[in-house]
Ligand binder design. Structure first.
Ligand SMILES: Cc1ncc(COP(=O)(O)O)c(C=O)c1O
Ligand SMILES: N[C@@H](CCCC[NH3+])C(=O)O
Length: 468
């Protein structure tokens, strides 16, 4: 009997896999669509990314570590830039930001969207051209707005009437005109987790189109001599596959754009349709490529503008996850393995690794699914259905809910999780005083520390009770 057949039997006998997950033909193989472009397995079964064997990477930099495939990041950024050639592409820095990544984004000809004073600071420190920055946020402080204005940020996406008033005041004080877009809520129920959907009515972002608040906000910006009205901004949510949500949102936003043209006599030059393009975390996910997205979105915009007899504005998009998500994986070391009896005689193998919800909160927060592979050796043990968990004091501290790993996985092994580039390091915490892992860029067999590992000393530096 071959290993995978044995594994399938083993899985049927004692474990409950979700209906979409079946034992792989060879548990050592990568599923290419989940991994960055340069990832591969060697004949000995170790994972190589950017020409770097993760065993060597861990020997030098420790684990856990985020491994960032520079070529993959750049090629995804370039693919969006080339596919959306008539659009402006803003990389959404909230997905993952560091000065190195800002430079890559700028070198690849993309613009950058930031959403806090901290992200703005990273962009400016990296030498980004402020005109190529968009500044988001539903509660930007006066200090953040002042900083953005003083830096000469290219667009500020206003999200409340208070903010519009603050912008008027700050611009007046400075004797400048602030470039403003108005974030609108298109009233779309995007098909994604409710915490990452942002265009239904009952949530905190934007001005509602339906209630008339969006038109009023636009009129307010338009009549203020201190503000330059650039256009409307709509972002319907994140990890979305179904283009119908984008289509409905675009229709409603362009209808408002046309109404502004007709009733206020202003042809706004810009229109931003946000980000949110989904990626493959498991074989369940089937993302569109940038060329397909560009064709679909271009057609919708053309069609709607023609229908409303308005000029096509300069359209922009803001992909974050679709650029950096697949470009990173996280490598962990296994510490313990436990077989846990479930009801009705089933069992589950719990594989504990040296990180967890502090470096990837997405499973706990959104019930997100991930995949993983044994990354340091080939194994011909039968596959077993495993749950990869972290080291934190929470039973919800799950990294990978369900995946097949070789049945002999054990302490000292490395396990790598693909698709961790977006919203993992950027949402990482120090829960349980666990220092955050480094981000190591890999390219052509070389490693480069992009963000260093946090140390216990870093954590203790903030503790004002430390003596001596
Ligand atoms: C305004 C805005 N733009 C862009 C993004 C990027 O989304 P994603 O990383 O899903 O492309 C987000 C996050 O959801 C957002 O809130
Ligand atoms: N943080 C979310 C996406 C929301 C992005 C910001 N609007 C995630 O991990 O999927």
């Amino acid at each position: 009997m071959r290993a995978h057949e044995a594994g399938a039997l083993h899985a049927q006998a004692g474990h409950r896999a979700p209906p979409w997950l079946s034992a792989p033909r060879d548990v050592n193989d990568l599923v290419p669509q989940l991994w960055s472009g340069t990832a591969k397995k060697t004949a000995e079964g170790s994972l190589v990314v950017g020409g770097v064997d993760v065993r060597d990477l861990v020997a030098e930099h420790g684990s856990p570590a985020y491994v960032l495939d520079e070529d993959d990041f750049r090629s995804r950024a370039r693919a969006f830039k080339n596919a959306f050639k008539d659009f402006d592409v803003y990389y959404a820095g909230k997905a993952f930001l560091s000065t190195t990544v800002v430079r890559w984004v700028m070198e690849e000809g993309l613009n950058l969207d930031v959403c806090s004073g901290g992200e703005l600071a990273v962009a400016l420190r990296a030498g980004a051209d402020p005109k190529r920055l968009g500044f988001h946020g539903n509660n930007k402080s006066e200090a953040e707005l002042a900083r953005a204005l003083d830096a000469g940020v290219g667009r500020i996406i206003a999200d409340s009437l208070y903010e519009i008033d603050r912008l008027i005041e700050l611009s007046r004080e400075r004797g400048i005109t602030a470039p403003v877009m108005v974030r609108v809520t298109a009233g779309v129920e995007a098909h994604t987790h409710e915490y990452i959907a942002t265009a239904h009515e009952d949530q905190k972002f934007g001005f509602s189109i339906t209630s008339g608040a969006a038109f009023e906000a636009v009129a307010r910006v338009n009549e203020a001599p201190e503000l330059e009205l650039l256009g409307l901004h709509s972002h319907i949510g994140s990890q979305i596959f179904d283009s119908s949500g984008f289509e409905v949102a675009a229709k409603r936003v362009i209808a408002l754009h046309a109404r502004v043209s007709e009733e206020l006599g202003v042809d706004m030059p810009d229109l931003d349709l946000g980000g949110g393009f989904g990626i493959a975390y498991t074989t369940q996910d089937d993302p569109s490529d940038p060329a397909q997205l560009a064709t679909e979105m271009g057609k919708i915009v053309e069609h709607e503008c023609r229908a409303f007899e308005v000029d096509v504005p300069k359209v922009s998009i803001e992909p974050g996850r679709a650029i950096v998500g697949p470009a990173m994986c996280t490598v962990y070391s296994v510490g313990t393995v436990k077989e846990v009896a479930l009801d009705n005689g089933a069992a589950r193998t719990y594989v504990s690794v040296d990180g967890g919800m502090s470096d990837n909160i997405r499973a706990a927060l959104y019930d997100a699914d991930y995949s993983c592979t044994l990354a340091n050796r080939y194994s011909d043990a039968p596959p077993t259905l495993a749950r990869v968990v972290g080291k934190h004091c929470e039973s919800g501290d799950i990294v990978v809910k369900d995946e097949f790993l070789p049945g002999d996985v054990g302490p000292g092994d490395l396990v790598a999780v693909p698709g961790t580039g977006a919203y993992c390091r950027s949402m990482a915490s120090n829960y349980n005083h666990v220092p955050r892992p480094p981000v190591i860029a890999v390219k052509d067999g070389q490693t480069r520390v992009v963000v260093r590992r946090e140390t216990e000393d870093d954590l203790l530096l903030l503790d004002m009770g430390v003596e001596g």
